[in-house]
Design a binder for this molecule. Structure first.
Ligand SMILES: C[S@@+](CC[C@H](N)C(=O)[O-])C[C@H]1O[C@@H](n2cnc3c(N)ncnc32)[C@H](O)[C@@H]1O
Length: 545
């Protein structure tokens, strides 16, 4: 199929929210030149405001009926923003339809940039890609943080002992240790480490900071029996294996075999040897098998709206989808437009409701494993419907048998907590604003983005603990933590670092290496047939998750 026609189809699907940019371009087997397609789609979306105005003012779509809106935007992008112009044969009727109006379109582009307040490149302020740091998890199964520092310093990088204050992405060619997660380094935005030998050997894992929170909070001991219920593509699974120094056992369960195969590849590359991958629904796992009755910890990171993810440019899709909808609405009557808007709003509500129900079902299922005493629940969503509301329902249904872990056990020094106003009443536990604040304080949130946000993806984590015979089920004193609000000073961080620089579980001894070699299959997949996957490009799709 013609490259631009295929790109237009992808834009249309993005407008209907049928997938993510990466999924529909890099992850699309039908796209031949994946990188070019990804770049064209991202760039067109980035310049959407200016290009749409050109389209509107030039009346191109009225003059050239055979052009669709998405195809016209793509062709305008290449005509107006690329030196090489539209990359198609001169005889292609669609190219001719645009080129006929070249002079007018260029003039409208100049005017549109001024009108929307765009930069010389046609980018509208605020629409530029948010510059997020590049977070890198050091795989302690393979190397110590100090060895990684030495490797980068030897390559002319400057290691800064402290993070910038106030928090900001590192300056070019500098990197620092993260202040909350000891195994994480922070690199400048857009650092491309995919070709770095330490990435190739599984030492550097490109994982967003917030995505590391659940496994860090669950923190199963080395001999634990763990289920990662919705595990693929497996970044949290490999982090669990790292924290457990490949001890104990992890069952990584996922419904999607294609994603589970990526988990297999990624965790094998990361040197994990304690994972069994299971291609089945977590909801249908038999909790009574001898194996499953041994399970002590469960990590649940179920499917969610993904509304917190911003570093994949998918936020551009929202603006585009909204505009597509508006454009369609303009073609209908005003009444029809309002009705369509209401229908879209209703659809979004329905989607969040059904996601929330699924998420509640997952945690409820986890609570039925007889020996489980700790469960983390996480989403990369910004919506209360998938976060505080889910926690409220679970506490309503399961307190006092289950309670929230107090802040002292849930990243106590992390400043951003749950939203009290979104915590609902829970008979016997929550009825006042003070109670709501106490519940919210047990929860972790990350706000997506730069200036107002936490320089990472939007995220949410709650940790549930089974209430034992001797533990307090409710409010004080368990919810009161001495470390609430304790923001560490730079000195404290530096002290910590001095003690942790070579910390972590590095199986560097020859004995352990020998043991690893004996393990012929690091991960076995059970319960489904094996699909063939494309390779490294497919894996890159899931970096940062
Ligand atoms: C947010 S992703 C998990 C990301 C993963 N935890 C990681 O860090 O790499 C959600 C996953 O849940 C899986 N999933 C959805 N429904 C499921 C079910 N009923 N049982 C198991 N997995 C499910 C999806 O296939 C998807 O891979």
């Amino acid at each position: 199929m013609n490259f631009y026609k295929q790109a237009a189809e992808i834009l249309d699907r993005l407008g209907k929210k049928e997938g993510s940019i990466k999924g529909l371009t890099l992850g699309n087997a039908e796209v031949k030149d994946k990188k070019r397609m990804y770049a064209l789609i991202c760039e067109t979306l980035k310049h959407n405001a200016t290009l749409s105005l050109v389209l509107q003012e030039s009346k191109l779509l009225t003059l050239e009926k055979k052009l669709t809106r998405s195809l016209a935007l793509l062709l305008l992008h290449d005509l107006l923003l690329q030196n090489r112009g539209i990359q198609a044969s001169e005889s292609w009727p669609m190219k001719q339809a645009v080129m006929k109006h070249k002079a007018r379109l260029k003039a409208e582009f100049v005017k549109a940039k001024i009108k929307v307040g765009a930069t010389k490149d046609g980018l509208v302020e605020g629409e530029e890609e948010v510059l997020m740091p590049r977070y890198v998890r050091i795989n302690l199964l393979k190397m110590t943080p100090q060895q990684v520092i030495d490797a980068f310093v030897a390559n002319n990088w400057t290691f800064l002992p402290l993070p910038p204050s106030p928090p900001a992405p590192p300056a070019p060619n500098t990197f620092h240790r993260d202040e909350h997660l000891d195994f994480m380094f922070v690199f400048p935005p857009k650092s491309d480490l995919h070709l770095h030998p330490l990435y190739a050997s599984g030492v550097l894992i490109l994982q967003d900071k917030a995505s590391c929170f659940p496994a860090a909070i669950l923190a199963p001991p080395k001999d634990a029996y763990v289920i990662d219920g919705c595990a693929a593509p497996g970044n949290k699974t490999s982090q669990l294996a790292m924290g457990m120094s490949n001890g104990g056992k992890i069952i990584a369960c996922d419904l999607d075999l294609r994603r589970l195969n990526i988990l297999k590849r990624l965790t094998t590359k990361a040197g994990c040897t304690n994972i069994t991958a299971l291609n089945t629904s977590f909801l249908t796992l038999d909790t009574t098998t001898p194996d499953h009755s041994k399970v002590t910890h469960i990590l649940l990171d179920p499917s969610c709206s993904g509304s917190g993810i911003i570093n994949r440019l998918d936020h551009l899709v929202d603006a585009y989808a909204e505009e597509q909808e508006q454009a369609n609405i303009l073609e209908t009557t005003m009444t029809g437009g309002a009705a369509e808007r209401a229908a879209a709003e209703e659809k979004k509500k329905e989607r969040l409701k059904s996601l929330g129900e699924f998420q509640i079902e997952c945690v409820t299922k986890a609570m039925t494993f007889s020996n489980v005493h700790k469960i983390t629940y996480s989403t990369c969503s910004i919506y209360a419907e998938e976060n505080e509301h889910v926690v409220t329902t679970l506490l309503r249904n399961h307190w006092p048998k289950w309670k929230l872990s107090p802040r002292s056990k849930v990243l106590p020094t992390w400043h951003r907590r749950g939203y009290p106003a979104d915590v609902g009443d829970i008979p016997g536990l929550v009825s006042t604003d003070e109670d709501r604040s106490k519940v919210a304080d047990c929860l972790v949130r990350a706000v997506p983005g730069g200036s107002e946000g936490d320089l990472m993806n939007g995220f949410f984590v709650a940790c549930f603990e089974r209430v034992g015979k001797n533990s307090n089920p409710g409010l004080s004193p368990t919810w009161k933590s001495s470390s609430i609000g304790a923001k560490r000073t730079h000195d404290e961080i530096a002290d910590d670092r001095a003690t942790h620089t070579t910390s972590g579980s590095t199986p560097s001894s020859k004995k352990k290496n020998k043991k690893k070699k004996k393990n012929k299959a690091a991960v076995e997949i059970t319960g489904g047939s094996v699909l063939t996957l494309s390779g490294a490009e497919d894996e890159e799709l899931y970096d940062e998750e």
